[in-house]
Write a protein that binds this ligand. Structure first.
Ligand SMILES: Cc1cc2nc3c(=O)[nH]c(=O)nc-3n(C[C@H](O)[C@H](O)[C@H](O)COP(=O)(O)O)c2cc1C
Length: 197
């Protein structure tokens, strides 16, 4: 049977067991090309990437990860994804598309990394201001995510007990039809529990 995209989508995981083995520029460029082929509103291409593989810049960035992202400290390459609201469609009724576009580009990058046998794990757990300064990202840009790259390893010894469990746990998703509805939006927002107040 021909290779199906769903198999890459299914095998992509936000893995944490990675090694410090370098990733060459050719491979990193392939990941960026995949990201850059993402669709965007009016083809605005709102994504801006900073690919960090210089050892001294990497180590400065790693000082500003949250404690829970200790596992990312061995990463040989990190992609910072930044954008600004005026780089993409702003529809007068309030819709702004730059984050959406960057999300699609980021997923393209992650899926291509999966194809190449790499881990590409997006994180929000970092201090934005100092990292933007280190990377020369202007203040009025949002640093949306850092994508932590690395070769995966079966050695889970560096991971916390919780993360060791998550590394091999089955996919955790809500039932499909809690989030998808035929023909009519049917999501009931859970009511706040008034008895506990
Ligand atoms: C925007 C975003 C921020 C995330 N931030 C973190 C993070 O700071 N640390 C972390 O370990 N994982 C982080 N993750 C990974 C998610 O926890 C993970 O994607 C989710 O649990 C689903 O697991 P899966 O990607 O393996 O299917 C983040 C993912 C996204 C998309």
């Amino acid at each position: 049977m021909s290779h199906q995209l769903i198999s890459s989508i299914s095998s992509r995981r936000a893995g944490r067991a990675i090694t410090d083995q370098p990733i060459d520029r050719e491979t990193l460029t392939q990941l960026l090309q995949a990201a850059h082929l993402a669709p965007s509103c009016a083809n605005n291409q709102p994504w801006r990437f900073v690919i960090v593989e210089d050892e001294s810049v990497l180590s400065q960035i790693k000082e500003h990860l949250t404690g829970g992202n200790y596992w990312a400290k061995v990463s040989p390459a990190i992609v910072a994804v930044a954008s600004r609201v005026d780089l993409d469609c702003q529809i007068p009724d309030g819709r702004e598309y730059h984050l959406f576009g960057c999300g699609m580009a980021a997923l393209n990058l992650m899926l291509q990394a999966t194809e190449l046998g790499l881990i590409a794990h997006p994180i929000a757990g970092f201090k934005s201001r100092p990292i933007k300064e280190i990377l020369n990202i202007p203040e009025d840009f949002t640093l949306i995510t850092l994508i932590i790259l690395g070769h995966s390893t079966q050695d889970h010894g560096r991971l916390s007990e919780k993360h060791r469990g998550e590394e091999t746990a089955p996919r955790d998703r809500r039932p499909l039809f809690d989030v998808a509805f035929w023909n009519r939006f049917d999501f009931v927002v859970p009511k706040a529990d008034s008895s506990s107040s």
